[in-house]
Design a protein around this ligand. Sequence first.
Ligand code: MG
Length: 267
Amino acid sequence: MKYCRFQQNSQTHYGLVESVAGREAIVRILLTSPEEAGGDMESLRTRRIEPIALDEATLLAPVRPSKIVCVGRNYREHAAELGNEVPTEPLLFFKPASSLLAPGGTILRPRIAERTDYEGELGIVIAKRCHRLPDDEDTRPYILGYTCVNDFTARDLQNKDGQWTRAKGFDTFYPVGPVVTESLDPWTGIQVETRVNGEVRQSGNTKDFIFSLGIVLRYISQIMTLEPGDLIATGTPKGVGPVVAGDVVEVAIDGVGVLRNPVADEA
Ligand code: MG
């Protein structure tokens, strides 16, 4: 299944997305949220609506996570391009929920940042509570679906601060969407592409992860309990770079679609 979150008549809904006459459209409202379903998507109650074309809907970020856990340096060539060692265990950091941004929303460059970079990544949404997963347990049932994320970063502040909360945590620094879908298999390889003003800047494949999704989920679950709806960013491939006001960043993953966000300077 594929779903989004959207706004209609000043109300917010989760919507089921299907192809209608060759075009993606919201065809049902989810009356229970994917987080409430706790991984049992068959239990979701829905209500049919007059289809709304996805590209005409007022989309919101399709997630409401209790936490956003990010993996840094999960592609060898990206670690190298910033002059870092390849990590020997997953490198984790948080982004605040206040950094979430809707598809189409404007990323605001703070005045105190000199260099702001896109980081296109595959995002994972957690299906059900996940605590201290043993090595022999299959992690796939804990994954509700996949989405595009842009782990936007103030690179100069990241280098200056020594930890990353400020550099990664500004409002609007976490575009997510446009949909969440389960119909991908990152284990066999998903292409993650980032474009700036239509020009391809990053093109990575999840089969090149240093740490597979299974390792990442098990590792995080030893530290903290993951809740339904929590979001995990899996790391960015090589090709990160700065953007300025007026640029448009797109993160594209087959099956999820294109997450497109313009960039502007903070007023
Ligand atoms: Mg990142």
